[in-house]
Design a protein around this ligand. Structure first.
Ligand code: ADP
Length: 204
């Protein structure tokens, strides 16, 4: 697809707890088709062919029986990839190309839209930024993200910090993005999204 006969491809990113989902919902309200990479990837774990690929990668120790259905133990997989960057790379190589293919199908199904959003926490870490036309980053400082996540995920500070350290810093993401939404409490988020929306409508 050339850029003239398809919607603009927009990545929406930001560190965990910055408010990506909340901002994405603002774009949804404006009628923009939104694709949530994590949600789509989560669905792969229902696919027997994908489960066999997971088994081939990580062995039987990450598989559980669920009646006569095979299931992957996502916690066991998370533990492995958390401490083994090579295993994480192999898991990513299995999931992300498939996510991107599914996204392109989603774009074709929404070919009349001015732009389409691909929401992912790891736009830069995995190089999705180079596949899209523009990146929108939601920014919130770490302390406030920790506070929100402690409430949302009931995780400890240490667990949350470990997850954050696995990603590029929020500041770096913000510096590299084409558009930034500052998601401080009380900041007019709707207005910022509307402003970006108007610019993207103009560019498309
Ligand atoms: P992400 O998808 O980036 O992990 P979420 O959109 O789930 O982040 O937001 C993280 C938490 O912060 C949620 O509990 C959400 O309700 C809350 N939140 C998001 N934006 C704001 C805001 N502007 N003011 C107060 N709380 C917010």
């Amino acid at each position: 697809m050339s850029s003239s006969d398809r919607p603009l491809l927009i990545a929406l990113t930001g560190g965990i707890g910055c408010g990506k989902t909340t901002v994405l919902n603002e774009f949804r309200k404006l009628g923009i088709p939104c694709f949530v990479a994590d949600e789509v990837a989560g669905g792969y774990y229902q696919d027997p062919a994908f489960l066999q690929q997971i088994r081939a990668l990580f062995g039987d120790s990450v598989m559980m029986a669920d009646g006569d259905k095979l299931q992957a133990d996502k916690k066991a997989i998370a533990q492995i990839v958390f401490s083994d960057p090579d295993a994480l790379r192999r898991l990513n190589a299995l999931i992300h190309p498939r996510v991107w293919d599914d996204f392109l199908r989603f774009v074709r199904a929404n070919a009349a839209a001015p732009y389409v959003i691909f929401e992912t926490a790891i736009a830069y870490e995995y190089g999705f930024d180079r596949l899209v036309d523009r990146v929108v980053c939601v920014y919130l400082e770490e302390e406030e993200r920790l506070r929100r996540l402690e409430q949302r995920d009931h995780a400890t500070r240490e667990q949350l910090l470990a997850r954050m350290r696995n990603q590029l810093s929020a500041e770096e993401k913000m510096m590299r993005a084409d558009y930034v939404v500052l998601n401080y409490e009380g900041n007019p988020r709707t207005r910022q999204v509307l402003h970006i929306h108007r610019q993207l409508m103009f560019e498309s």
